[in-house]
Design a protein around this ligand. Structure first.
Ligand SMILES: C[C@H](O)[C@@H](O)CC(=O)C(=O)O
Ligand SMILES: [Mg+2]
Length: 390
C-alpha cells in the first residue's frame, strides 16, 4: 500500500577518483571519474521509508545534473505518492514537459538524466513501501498498471497501448517458472572490468586470469584508439579465454562509419560477438550501414548507453541498425521509459543487453532485465548483462 506526501528531495554530487587508476577508461573517456547525482526523497508517512535514486555521470558534469534535479524538485515535493503511481504516465509527462525546462531537452541531455535520478528515487520508494525488490514490484503489477506508467507519445506507429497490453498479458503465462529460474540461477552476465583502455597488458592479463578463475565466461574489451594496440590486446584476451568463451568489443563512439567498418574487419579474426558504439550514438543510419557490413562476419552492433530516449530506440529498431539493444537506467527517463523500450525490443525480436558500466548502474539495470525475462521477452537467448567487478 503506497502512502505519504513527499516532503523533501535532496541531491548530492558524489564522485569517485576512478581516473587515477584508469578504471572505466575507454577510447573517448580517457580520464573518467565515476560520479552520480544522488537523490533522496522523504515523505511524511509514519514508516519513514526514504526513496533513493541516482543518475550516473562522469566528473564535473555532475554539477550541472545536480542543478537540473533541483530545478525539477518543485514538481515532486508536496505530491502524494499514491497520486503519482495511480497516474504515473501523467507524472512522467509533467517532469519531461515542464514549460520552463522542456526547451533544454526535450527528453534528452542533462534534464533527462536529472529526470531519471528523480524517478529512480520515486520507484525505489514505491518498491520499498510494497516491501518488494523493484523487479518483483514490476512482475506483480497487472499489464494495465504497467501500461499506465508508459508515455506512448511518439511511438504509437510501432507500439500502441493495445499491443503493449497484449505483450504483457502473454508474458503472464508460465511467469512463475521464469521467476523461479531467476531466483535459482540469476541472469547471465559479462564483465567489462578486465580490459579498460588505460590498463597495461600485465594488468589486463592478471584481471582476466582472476575473472576466469571466478568462472566468468564473457569478456568485453575496449578498443578504438590505436589499431595495433587493439590487435595486441584482443589477441592477448582471446588466447587466454579460448574460443569457448565470448568476446565483445566497445569503441565508445570513436569512429566514422567507414572507419568503423574497416577497423572492425581487422579485428574480426578474434571473433567478437558485437562491436559496441562504433560511431556517434545519434547516427542511426550509420549504425545501420555498419550492421549490414559486419553481418556477413557474424559481428553484431550493440548500442544504447547514450541513446537519449524511446524515440531514438524506435528508429534504431525500425532501421535494423542494432542487433543488441543496451538500455540504461539513467540515460532514459527511469523505469517508465525503459518499459516502453523493452516492449518495442520484444516486438522487433531484438535482445536487450543492459549497459551497466558506471556507478550504480549494475544495481539498477538488473531489476529491469530480470523483469524483461520474466514478463516481457521470456527468453535468455543472446541476452547478457554488463557487470563491473570490484
Ligand atoms: C566511461 C564508462 O566507463 C564507459 O566506458 C562504460 C561503457 O562504455 C560500458 O560499460 O559499456
Ligand atoms: Mg559501452
Amino acid at each position: 500500500m503506497v502512502k505519504g506526501k513527499i516532503t523533501g528531495l535532496s541531491v548530492k554530487d558524489v564522485r569517485f577518483p576512478t581516473s587515477l587508476g584508469q578504471h572505466g577508461s575507454d577510447a573517448m573517456h580517457t580520464d573518467p571519474d565515476y560520479s552520480a547525482a544522488y537523490v533522496v526523497i522523504e515523505t511524511d508517512a509514519e514508516d519513514a521509508i526514504k526513496g533513493y535514486g541516482l543518475t550516473f555521470t562522469l566528473g564535473k558534469g555532475t554539477e550541472i545534473v545536480v542543478c537540473a534535479v533541483k530545478a525539477l524538485s518543485h514538481l515532486v515535493v508536496g505530491r502524494n505518492l499514491e497520486d503519482i503511481v495511480a497516474n504515473f504516465r501523467d507524472f512522467y509527462r509533467q517532469l519531461t514537459s515542464d514549460g520552463q525546462l522542456r526547451w533544454i531537452g526535450p527528453e534528452k541531455g542533462v534534464v533527462h538524466l536529472a529526470t531519471a535520478a528523480v524517478l529512480n528515487a520515486v520507484w525505489d520508494l514505491w518498491a520499498k513501501q510494497e516491501q518488494k525488490p523493484l523487479w518483483k514490484l514490476l512482475v506483480y503489477m497487472t499489464p494495465e498498471q504497467l501500461v499506465s506508467c508508459i508515455d506512448f507519445r511518439y511511438i504509437t506507429d510501432v507500439l500502441t497501448e493495445a499491443q503493449a497490453l497484449e505483450i504483457l498479458q502473454n508474458g503472464k503465462q508460465r511467469q512463475e517458472a521464469r521467476e523461479e529460474h531467476m531466483v535459482k540461477h540469476g541472469y547471465p552476465a559479462y564483465t567489462t572490468s578486465c580490459a579498460w583502455l588505460g590498463y597495461s597488458d600485465n594488468q589486463l592479463q592478471k584481471l582476466c586470469a582472476d575473472a576466469l578463475k571466478e568462472g566468468w565466461t564473457r569478456f568485453k574489451v575496449k578498443v578504438g584508439a590505436d589499431l595495433q594496440d587493439d590487435i595486441r590486446r584482443c589477441k592477448l584476451i582471446r588466447d587466454m579465454i579460448g574460443h569457448d568463451n565470448e568476446l565483445m568489443l566497445d569503441a565508445n563512439q570513436r569512429w566514422d562509419v567507414n572507419e568503423a567498418i574497416s577497423w572492425v574487419k581487422e579485428l574480426a579474426v578474434f571473433k567478437p560477438l558485437w562491436i559496441e558504439e562504433p560511431t556517434s550514438p545519434d547516427d542511426i543510419l550509420g549504425h545501420g550501414t555498419i550492421s549490414k557490413a559486419l553481418a556477413p562476419l557474424g559481428i553484431g552492433v550493440a548500442t544504447g548507453e547514450q541513446c537519449h530516449n524511446r524515440v531514438m530506440f524506435k528508429q534504431f529498431l525500425q532501421a535494423r541498425a542494432l542487433q543488441y539493444l543496451q538500455i540504461d537506467s539513467c540515460r532514459l527517463g527511469s523505469v517508465n521509459e525503459n518499459l516502453s523500450v523493452l516492449l518495442m525490443a520484444k516486438k522487433f525480436n531484438i535482445p536487450v543487453c543492459p549497459h551497466a558500466g558506471g556507478v550504480g548502474l549494475c544495481e539498477l539495470v538488473q531489476h529491469l532485465i530480470i523483469f524483461d525475462y520474466i514478463s516481457v521477452s521470456g527468453s535468455l537467448e543472446k541476452r547478457i548483462q554488463d557487470i563491473l567487478l570490484k
